[in-house]
Design a protein around this ligand. Sequence first.
Ligand code: GDP
Ligand code: IMO
Ligand code: MG
Length: 425
Amino acid sequence: MKVDVLLGLQWGDEGKGKVVDVLTPGYDVVSRFQGGPNAGHTLEFEGQKYVLRSIPSGIFQGGKINIIGNGVVLDPALFKKEVEELEKSGHDLTSRLFISKKAHLILPTHRLLDAAYESAKGDAKIGTTGKGIGPTYTDKISRNGLRVGDLLSNFEEKYQKAIARHKEILSHYDFSYDLSSIEKEWMEGVEKLKQYTFIDSEHVLNALLADGKSVLAEGAQGTMLDVDFGSYPFVTSSNTICAGACTGLGIAPRQIGEVYGIFKAYCTRVGAGPFPTELFDETGKLMCQLGHEYGSVTGRERRCGWIDLVALKYAVMINGVTKLIMMKSDVLDDFDTIKACVAYNINGEETDEFPFDLTEGNIEPVYVEMSGWKTKMTQMKNENEFPEEFNAYLDFLEDYLEIPIKIVSVGPDREQTIVRYRDFE
Ligand code: GDP
Ligand code: IMO
Ligand code: MG
């Protein structure tokens, strides 16, 4: 069987968690392939709301196998909190959540380094989630990292060596900290983590595939935050794109099946960095209010703007998207007109090609304006109920992106998800 990949096409928070949960009944295994607790994936069903950070979003659908892959970075202290929240609401995960021995550990000092680097950057700061993501991936690439499998042998010595190195780096920054309290929490987290089975996930996943089992690979963040292809340097530190599923799970490119690319009917971004279609007016404020655009991890207000098809087409290309999923359609219900950016005007020259650096030159979005649907979408049950203007918006996006939109989300609940069966010409 193949591995289908579901990933974000914008700057994160597209609604990946919700859709992974909806699609999980069709798979045997769900696996996260990159990122860490910088992610916040929200799921709503049966009147309950859950936010997952490191745990795959397939955890609520029956006895499916859920795997935290080698490409993920894991903070034991936050993992413990996340697991305990789920335990409180009656979800015991030990029999269906497995963790790659090769996943890297976020040490307490990685969080401190994240904060020290950010404050040293001053105005140029990235606006990270402060979870130690960058420093942990830096240690991985510079071959200084500690992995989950290291917890099983001689860990204390490896840990002390890493902490000493980090303390030395921190001494060069004007940054005060108290390691002892976060270290205690972290060690308690390690004990919790050890209650789970650590696996050689690349072997396990390939054996499951050979045995005819199907896998859904869950991405975190979004293509515009990818370390290679996103709005560098205002990105995260991992490959959030489809290729990241191969390196983050140990599966071969030929095993990739469908690539589900997920996007909001508009666009948001949290943290610093360029965002060509950002709105600073009442329309932007309204999108934020109606979409409840506040970060699920940091609570920060998300910046809002119209859909950016230049960036989206680039993301479709980089990922080889085969099916599109449009989220949060209902957020635009009240707008008289809806805009879509179809090109950038950069210093007087129009282009639909995503440029090398979004901060270079003066980028003016070129918009096409369409009629809004002015209809409440949240109660809709199937595509036959869609208003004409909404169908026109979908057609316009499909024409531009040349990929069918197969799922439309009309509300945060699991049930508010509509599969489209119409043929795509
Ligand atoms: P993720 O990080 O990609 O999983 O997305 P987040 O969970 O961070 O952000 C998506 C937010 O939108 C969450 O609060 C979801 O509950 C919510 N959401 C998802 N789909 C819809 C939708 O179709 N309509 C509305 N109004 N909210 C949605
Ligand atoms: P999900 O999976 C939105 C952003 C941060 C910051 C930049 C780098 O929920 O979509 P980091 O802590 O990763 O070093 O921060 O990336 N960022 C996200 N924005 N959704 C996310 O995850 C994000 N994860 C990181 O705000 O701008
Ligand atoms: Mg999120």
